[in-house]
Design a protein around this ligand. Structure first.
Ligand code: FE2
Length: 538
């Protein structure tokens, strides 16, 4: 015996405190090499999938011979002594190379004059690996005591490896669980954000933001389907320039990953775009912009494909099955929300066209006011845009302009058709039209936000208007805009009792009454716009 037993146990104890499987395997092979008089000591670990023993570490072998072991996986099905060891879970002593016929002739030769001690690494009755300790046949065989020490050391190490693996697996599991919880929370957040909006733009923007949060991607595009054709609805890139072929409004032509998904209705991903032979123009443009990984997910709702979600990243092989699974959930929510928004928009436009035909009918009662509501609608929208209001607000002001006089439906026709200014007696009933308009439209929930604009479009900044006589900023902005648009159209239109003003005369009239009748900022903004549009007055 060439070792101090206490030293062996001390080192063995140290091994069990190591942090990684590699360290334990290395410590074990070194310890075995040093403690018993051995030529070399090798540690094998079982590969769970292939049921093979794979070489993990070998100590004591000359460098020029390591290749003999390095790539040699040991298959218990082919090696009877390994099979026996696995079944009995006990050590074996093998002398000479007679029983090692499976080895390469070169290795067989190396082992010819060696005695091998082969020990299973057993944890909870499961073999997780094996240890082979070799000794020259010139020395005495392994003693019972030596075998006992080696067995003890191997058992300790096997336990250490098992603990490390268990710890690593738990850690991986915890990280994976955390990731999944994050995905579920994000999906829930997306669901809430998407379902609470009926604006396709908001739905798409929200979904795009969340997708970028949930998986690493530098390019996101939403493509809509119509009659088998794909059109870009939205596209954005992070640190890459979106190719001109994939900007909103562009139709996607030629073969592409997105087009393929449109046909299969199944998610698809490409690990390296630049490696596709003969790519279509869109995939080629993305590859040129630096995108390597691409993934396309179908947007399916009510058993129909509504479009495709296209993701890209500059790193190759970025997307996998799991990403597709997660993004499919978002795509499903998006498709349903977009479909709902489309229905809502259809119903809204159907409703607006019905209401505008009513407004037109009122205008048509007199040849002098024909087309007035539609013109006020356009002018109001122009002013709103010039004031820099957001799209949704511009849309609301546009509706206010169209419907501002809808209350005239309830006014005696004779008054509307009268080809002269109204008399003192006739004016009060006519002044009721803003309130009548509100009464007509208030049952329609979707139009509640246009009611203040309609109710107050005859109010004046100085408080002398009707129906309530409110003043200044107390008058809703929508109403202040419609008031200017309404007056301008009336000024430049011919009436039986007055000639039409030129646009420049109307500008001067508006400016004269800015701050008293009209909102000064609205007038200034509109008149600036008109002057730019009309050019100098001749
Ligand atoms: Fe009016």
């Amino acid at each position: 015996m060439t070792y101090d037993i206490h030293k062996v146990f001390e080192i063995s104890e140290q091994i069990t405190r190591l942090g990684s499987v590699d360290e334990v395997v290395e410590g074990l092979s070194r310890l075995l090499k040093r403690t018993v008089k051995s030529r070399w000591a090798a540690v094998y670990l079982i590969d769970k999938e292939q049921r093979n023993f794979l070489p993990a570490r070998i100590s004591g072998i000359p460098r020029n011979q390591t290749h003999l072991f390095q790539n040699l996986a040991l298959n218990p099905g082919e090696i009877p002594f390994l099979k026996k060891m696995l079944d009995k879970k006990q050590h074996l002593i093998i002398t000479g190379s007679k029983r090692l016929a499976f080895l390469t002739p070169e290795l067989g030769k190396q082992l010819q004059h060696l005695t091998l001690m082969v020990l299973p690494m057993v944890v909870r009755n499961q073999v997780i690996g094996a240890v082979v300790v070799s000794r020259s046949t010139a020395y005495p065989p392994f003693s019972e005591k030596e075998i006992a020490v080696v067995r003890e050391t191997v058992a300790h190490s096997a336990l250490a490896i098992s603990h490390i693996r268990l710890f690593d697996e738990s850690l991986d599991m915890a990280v994976e669980m955390g990731r999944r919880i994050d995905i579920i929370l994000t999906l829930d957040e997306i669901n809430k954000a998407i379902s609470s909006s009926l604006s396709p733009t908001t739905i798409i923007e929200t979904a795009m933001e969340h997708i970028e949060r949930i998986i690493q991607c530098e390019f996101v595009a939403v493509l809509s389907e119509e009659k088998g054709e794909l059109t870009v609805l939205a596209a954005r890139g992070k640190d890459i320039t979106v190719p001109p072929l994939i900007v909103p409004g562009k139709a996607i032509s030629g073969s592409s990953l997105a087009q393929e998904v449109l046909g299969t209705w199944k998610s698809s991903y490409v690990p390296t775009l630049s490696a596709i032979p003969n790519p279509g123009p869109v995939d080629e443009a993305l590859a040129l912009a630096g995108i390597q990984s691409a993934m396309a997910i179908p947007l399916i709702s009510k058993e129909a494909i509504r479009g495709v979600l296209l993701l890209g990243d500059t790193t190759a092989g970025q997307f996998g099955k799991e990403d597709a699974f997660t993004i499919e959930k978002i795509a499903g929510q998006m498709a349903v929300a977009l479909e709902n928004a489309r229905h809502f928009q259809e119903m809204r436009s159907l409703f607006i066209s019905t209401v505008s035909s009513l407004a037109n009918a009122i205008d048509a009662k007199s040849p002098w006011t024909k087309g007035h509501s539609e013109r006020v609608m356009e002018i109001s929208a122009t002013i709103a845009r010039e004031l820099g209001l957001p799209d949704e607000h511009v849309e609301r002001v546009r509706l206010c302009g169209l419907l501002h006089d809808i209350g005239k439906i309830g006014i005696i026709e004779a008054l509307l058709e009268k080809p002269a200014l109204l008399s003192e007696d006739e004016f009060p009933p006519m002044k009721l039209h803003p309130e009548k308009g509100v009464a007509i439209l208030s049952p329609i929930e979707q139009l509640h936000d246009v009611l203040p604009g309609i109710l107050n479009h005859h109010e004046r900044i100085d408080g002398t208007g009707y129906p309530r006589g409110i003043k200044g900023d107390g008058i809703p902005l929508d109403a202040r805009i419609v008031a200017v648009a309404d007056s301008f159209d009336a000024m430049v239109s011919e009436r039986p009792y007055k000639a039409a003003l030129t646009p420049y005369q109307a500008i001067r009239e508006l400016e004269q009454e800015a701050g008293t009748h009209y909102d000064a900022r609205v007038v200034a903004c509109f008149c600036d716009h008109l002057r730019r549009k009309l050019g100098p007055e001749h």
